[in-house]
Design a protein around this ligand. Structure first.
Ligand code: ACO
Length: 375
């Protein structure tokens, strides 16, 4: 940790907010979401219940869940303008994350006029409901397929898979995606959540906060790692190649994607939950050989990281098993970070509500290290 004149590089260890949304204990390897242990809640509830918990502070009863799910489902369809923008971006062959970033600013255009009257509740529902529609529509356009209209009778997770493929997904696949979305929905004051809180603390609107957070999420050191993590497993390809490929990367001072975390110094509990969910899915319906290769890569990577970086406690992080789980759902790596964004949007919004209620303009100081010059 670099500490000079009160400056802490990367704000490591600095407490910059109070939250009831999640507690990350990096020493115990424990994550609480909305007060519940991750391993208990993530595989057990629907994504809609999880969002309700974060936005309203308690799990919904049946009637509340029904109303909330319906209010979200009603907002899924995209305004014409967004579809037209997406068609134009397809011509440029942009990545799905870039397309999402580009159209997000107009995603609520038919619902609110944020310059006149900021209606953050309306923005919250509309944004969360429509991000999956943008992702699915753009992905299909990139495959020269027409977008599929959302089905309001399906859950948030099932509808997303339906809009990608045109088929109603199995209960196992829907559960796999819901467990993933619940697992990554919130995680303390990570870089993108901090970004969202900074933006909303200026009393800007919620959509601007989500837009800023998406920009922070897409970096490789945050939400952009799962694609490269899976590429690494494919590049290795067989058990015999594991050691030479990993050693070559480490000799070359490359980072192994899907390993290491700023806060977790034991294991990342999200990786454990997703590893279990991935194993279930691959055993039921998938390429178990790939899963076994990934397990062997993980074991060797942890051993080699300890050899090359002794004492840094580099462990498997959430991105490694994200890649495996989402691949098992039949999803391509270009979709991994946008799907992370689909989940984390709910967490960003919850943090923004909390910041608006209890917070103060976030405005830290910088320590000037330049010279004093005269003309
Ligand atoms: N592979 C190889 N070496 C690593 C890795 C890795 N994955 N992660 C950290 N190290 C090394 C660094 O080179 C550094 O070595 P040094 O002390 O010899 O200079 C040491 O471990 C400490 O690294 P820092 O960068 O200080 O650790 P920090 O806490 O800032 O980094 C981070 C955390 C960014 C996640 C890092 O571990 C990393 O780059 N991992 C790979 C990318 C990745 O998986 N990102 C997803 C993170 S999870 C999420 O955001 C949802």
């Amino acid at each position: 940790m670099n500490k000079l004149n009160g400056y802490v590089a990367g704000l490591e260890g600095v407490v910059a907010a109070e939250t009831r949304l999640s507690r990350v204990d990096g020493i115990a390897g424990e994550l609480l979401i909305g007060g519940y242990l991750l391993e208990e809640i993530a595989p057990a509830v629907s994504f809609e219940s999880m969002v309700y918990l974060l936005w309203y502070g308690k799990l919904p009863n049946e009637a509340q869940l029904g109303q909330f799910s319906q209010a979200l489902a009603e907002q899924r369809a995209l305004p014409e303008l967004v579809l037209t923008h997406l068609e134009k971006i397809v011509a440029l062959q942009g990545a799905t994350m870039d397309a999402l970033q580009t159209v997000l600013g107009s995603i609520c255009i038919d619902r609110v006029d944020s310059n006149v009257n900021i209606d953050n509740q309306c923005i919250a529902f509309t944004t969360l409901a429509r991000i999956p529609t943008v992702v699915a529509a753009y992905w299909r356009m990139m495959q020269q397929l027409s977008p599929i209209a959302p089905d309001p009778t399906l859950s948030h997770a099932a509808n997303f898979l339906y809009m990608l493929t045109g088929e109603t997904p199995s209960a196992a696949k829907t559960r796999g995606l819901e467990t993933y979305l619940n697992t990554v929905v919130d995680h303390g004051l990570n870089a993108s959540t901090f970004t969202a809180r900074v933006i909303i603390s200026t009393e800007s609107d919620l959509l601007s906060a989500v837009l800023g957070a998406i920009g922070a999420l897409k970096g490789r050191l945050h939400g952009g790692a799962p694609g490269p993590a899976l590429d690494m497993v494919f590049e290795i390809g067989s058990e015999a190649n594991i050691e030479p490929v990993l050693r070559a990367k480490l000799d070359n001072e490359e980072r192994l994607m899907g390993f290491g975390h700023r806060v977790y110094k034991v294991y990342d509990p999200r990786a454990v939950v997703l590893a279990r969910a991935a194993e279930k899915m691959y055993a039921a319906d998938g390429d178990l050989e790939l899963y076994q290769l990934a397990k062997a890569v993980e074991t060797n990577a942890l051993r080699l990281l300890e050899e090359y970086k002794p004492g840094r406690n580099l462990q498997t992080n959430v991105e490694y098993y994200t890649a495996l789980l989402l691949h098992g759902l039949g999803l391509e790596s270009d979709l991994f970070t946008p799907i992370f964004a689909m989940a984390r949007t709910a967490g960003w919004i919850a943090h923004c509500f909390e910041q608006l209620e209890r917070g103060r303009l976030i405005r830290p100081k910088a320590s000037y290290i330049g010279e004093r010059l005269t003309l």
